[in-house]
Ligand binder design. Sequence first.
Ligand SMILES: Cc1cc2nc3c(=O)[nH]c(=O)nc-3n(C[C@H](O)[C@H](O)[C@H](O)COP(=O)(O)OP(=O)(O)OC[C@H]3O[C@@H](n4cnc5c(N)ncnc54)[C@H](O)[C@@H]3O)c2cc1C
Length: 220
Amino acid sequence: MTAPARLMAEGHDVRLEHTVTGLRRDEAGWCISTREGGEVAGRYAAVVIAVPAPQAAPLLQQAVGDMATLAAAVRMQGSWAVMLRFASPIDLPFDAAFINQGPLRWAARDSSKPGRSGMETWLLHATAEWSEAHIEEAPESVAEVLISAFATLGAPSPAAWSAHRWRYADSAPALALNHVWNSTVGLGLCGDWLNGGKVEGAWLSGRDLGLQVAAALGSA
Ligand SMILES: Cc1cc2nc3c(=O)[nH]c(=O)nc-3n(C[C@H](O)[C@H](O)[C@H](O)COP(=O)(O)OP(=O)(O)OC[C@H]3O[C@@H](n4cnc5c(N)ncnc54)[C@H](O)[C@@H]3O)c2cc1C
């Protein structure tokens, strides 16, 4: 899922592994601080915050109060995902299914997607409710529960697995604002939580905010 973002980042000055911890504005523009690198050199005419609402709220608190209130009101739920690898194709009568019973929400044969080759792989998603209730659990025990639930559908034991916890996966409910732009201070907000909660909404939100910022800065 990161491939489109990697492609779009090509040719740009992107600093990875930098957690933004502070935003401050003075007469010269925005000043950005990161946990890993301290204050970023330079001042910026505009800042776009493209992170989940609970992570946006503390940054906004320091900068623009009404945007902070908006972000703080959005509740986001976690999601556990478990990837499975099998030594050979497994015999199940579906390539993807919404389960929505017990801990499992969704199971998909990833290796059946167009352009895939290699080992048989499946992706299991836990429901939002189950994920939230077990969000602090160890990956081993989460995988054990989800693999057992998958087994009840007829799946054999996998040859290998990995579990991934998405702390802020779903907004409940997502807003329908597309994005927010404060032209007075040059601060924008975008992301799935502002535009329907899915990846398409995230892309449209970022794209529309980008156009608005470019127009405001005179480079559209
Ligand atoms: C397991 C899973 C499967 C999914 N499958 C689908 C699907 O099939 N179809 C679909 O439409 N959607 C799917 N989604 C939802 C989709 O991934 C999201 O809607 C989309 O990624 C949201 O994009 P975003 O840019 O708004 O936020 P994110 O993708 O959450 O990106 C925010 C980024 O900001 C970074 N960040 C946070 N705080 C800071 C900080 N202080 N400083 C610097 N960086 C920070 C985060 O590390 C993250 O990289 C899935 C989600 C999950 C969890």
